[in-house]
Design a protein around this ligand. Sequence first.
Ligand code: HEC
Ligand code: HEC
Ligand code: HEC
Ligand code: HEC
Ligand code: HEC
Ligand code: HEC
Ligand code: HEC
Ligand code: HEC
Ligand code: HEC
Ligand code: HEC
Length: 338
Amino acid sequence: MAWPPSATPGTKLPPQGRHRAATRSPAPGGTAAVFLGLIFAASAVLLAQTANSEPANSSSQKQGSSGPVYAGSETCTACHEDISQSFAKSPHARIAGRKGWEERACEACHGPAAAHAESGAAEDVKNPLKLAVKDTDAICMDCHRNEQTAVGRLRAGHYRNEVACTACHTIHQTHEDLVARAPARQNKQCASCHSQVWAQFQRPHAHRLREGAMKCTDCHNPHGGFLSPSLRTVSANEPNCFQCHGDKRGPFTFEHAAMRMQSCAGCHEPHGSANPRMLTRHEVRFQCMECHSNIGTASGTIGGLPPAFHDTRNPRYRNCTICHVKVHGSHVNRALLR
Ligand code: HEC
Ligand code: HEC
Ligand code: HEC
Ligand code: HEC
Ligand code: HEC
Ligand code: HEC
Ligand code: HEC
Ligand code: HEC
Ligand code: HEC
Ligand code: HEC
């Protein structure tokens, strides 16, 4: 069977919270009671499935030896009118243009559902939200595997951490629900699980995500990447920072070796900082002294020492970047003075 197999009986339910992003509209009358009800209903499905001795889904059983039978999308409309209407306007309506799925786009994700169309019973149809994460993702990947993207989706840190496609992509509503591209909407979606990261963006010196001028995916690929942690890259796998801060890229006539020893995040906090310029240290000189230290032991000294005339007890020499303005590299001056 070409179609991804249904969940094996007794598959553990994924936690609802991970499958569902907080930005999604709540269940109608979204009370705790309804939520508990959902869990109860879900457990009932599991029990029903577990009670079934055969791995085949009940639809094929009801169809006898003829195998799974499709009902066709028209049939679904009779009982799921709202979903059918919004689905018709969604990008996934284009599934109907694919060979083999012309009249049965709904069943491309829900599996052959003739038995369900007769019974109206939940256990006769596949609901991706109720499957194990890998089975949910398998449904999506069946069409979205070898697409033109920077990296394969299964590499994703999210996949490894049991966050399903459906945690971020909601199928039946608007296009905006399907893909949160608008910055404010996307940041809210990511923040719903990464609240600590979001808190960092509230610090005094930060990229302007709070204002909706930037978004998480300016720096991260939610589907994974070669640079950890799922960082987006520009040519030759360099960090995406250069897309906007190209002047820091070089090649410089006079490089600052620190740039090769450390990533940008060695000196900056990309999610925001209490320190000006998003530095990791509250004074620039402490940043520099991590390597250019003439106080520490020899083994604690990584870079070159500042020349003797740099008397760091003298306040004049404390603000290193007053003189060394080209701290990321210079085209004209070896000492990075201009
Ligand atoms: C005769 C009416 C009827 C038809 C036709 C019908 N459904 Fe349903 N469907 C229902 C009802 C009622 C429920 C709610 C079942 C429950 O919660 O116990 C439901 C629930 C579902 C669910 C959720 C199951 C779950 O586990 O939460 C899916 C998915 C679904 N239908 C898909 C379809 C698809 C796809 C079609 C067309 C092939 C279809 N339905 C045709 C009545 C119908
Ligand atoms: C691209 C995959 C995909 C297609 C195609 C699809 N669905 Fe769904 N459906 C899902 C997913 C994923 C869920 C789980 C809830 C969610 O993310 O919206 C779902 C949930 C449901 C539910 C139960 C939850 C609810 O919102 O009440 C019903 C009923 C349903 N779909 C019916 C349909 C019908 C009818 C069609 C065709 C008009 C259809 N689906 C086409 C992926 C799909
Ligand atoms: C039967 C094939 C099929 C399946 C299964 C499928 N999709 Fe799609 N998906 C499509 C098609 C066709 C489009 C429309 C865009 C296009 O033409 O490439 C699309 C579009 C999308 C888009 C929007 C792309 C954009 O740039 O706007 C997202 C996000 C998406 N799908 C996610 C999912 C998720 C999540 C699932 C699993 C629940 C899923 N898809 C299952 C065929 C499929
Ligand atoms: C953590 C959230 C998250 C998860 C999990 C996730 N996506 Fe996405 N996806 C996004 C965001 C955000 C975008 C839009 C990226 C942007 O800003 O352009 C996107 C874009 C897409 C697109 C549009 C084309 C593209 O590549 O930009 C498709 C198709 C898609 N995702 C499919 C999937 C599938 C299939 C899975 C599961 C294997 C998945 N996504 C898992 C957040 C997620
Ligand atoms: C449903 C919850 C959920 C949502 C929504 C979500 N994440 Fe995650 N994310 C996780 C979990 C769980 C992990 C793994 C544990 C951790 O590192 O916090 C993770 C890990 C990550 C990591 C680090 C791990 C790695 O190697 O990639 C990044 C980066 C990340 N998420 C970015 C995003 C972005 C960007 C978005 C929005 C497009 C997003 N997340 C939305 C749950 C979520
Ligand atoms: C300006 C670029 C940038 C933006 C915007 C950004 N990140 Fe990051 N993020 C990074 C970098 C760089 C790292 C690695 C930091 C390190 O190596 O110490 C990182 C690390 C992470 C991690 C793993 C380590 C940790 O701090 O938990 C997560 C999760 C994460 N980001 C999520 C997010 C989310 C969610 C958003 C949006 C609210 C976001 N990021 C926006 C650049 C960015
Ligand atoms: C999408 C474009 C974009 C990307 C990608 C980006 N930045 Fe920025 N960055 C900006 C903008 C715009 C500002 C100016 C912020 C403001 O409005 O105050 C800025 C400012 C900064 C500042 C200076 C803040 C100050 O107080 O002057 C630092 C440091 C910085 N970015 C580091 C990084 C690092 C490190 C990365 C990669 C992890 C990165 N940026 C990725 C757009 C970007
Ligand atoms: C060795 C530490 C160090 C490293 C590594 C580093 N920076 Fe900086 N960066 C600084 C210091 C110090 C300042 C503040 C300069 C000042 O006070 O004027 C700064 C300032 C900035 C600024 C704001 C002022 C300006 O010059 O535009 C941006 C943007 C910036 N850095 C981006 C980056 C990016 C992108 C990377 C990675 C390619 C990076 N930095 C790597 C130390 C570093
Ligand atoms: C991660 C370690 C590290 C940090 C942090 C660092 N540097 Fe350096 N820096 C080096 C190394 C290594 C060299 C090369 C020393 C050599 O060739 O002897 C260097 C060289 C220099 C040079 C001389 C360039 C030359 O070739 O003569 C200057 C000036 C300099 N750094 C200034 C600074 C300033 C100012 C800061 C703080 C903003 C700073 N550095 C932070 C490691 C670092
Ligand atoms: C008042 C301006 C000024 C300040 C402030 C300053 N420097 Fe310098 N620095 C210089 C000059 C001038 C040179 C020598 C240039 C030359 O030799 O051509 C130099 C050279 C250096 C060198 C290169 C040494 C070598 O062997 O070539 C390093 C490393 C350095 N400074 C680090 C620092 C650090 C770290 C700080 C902050 C604690 C700092 N400087 C503050 C003016 C300054």
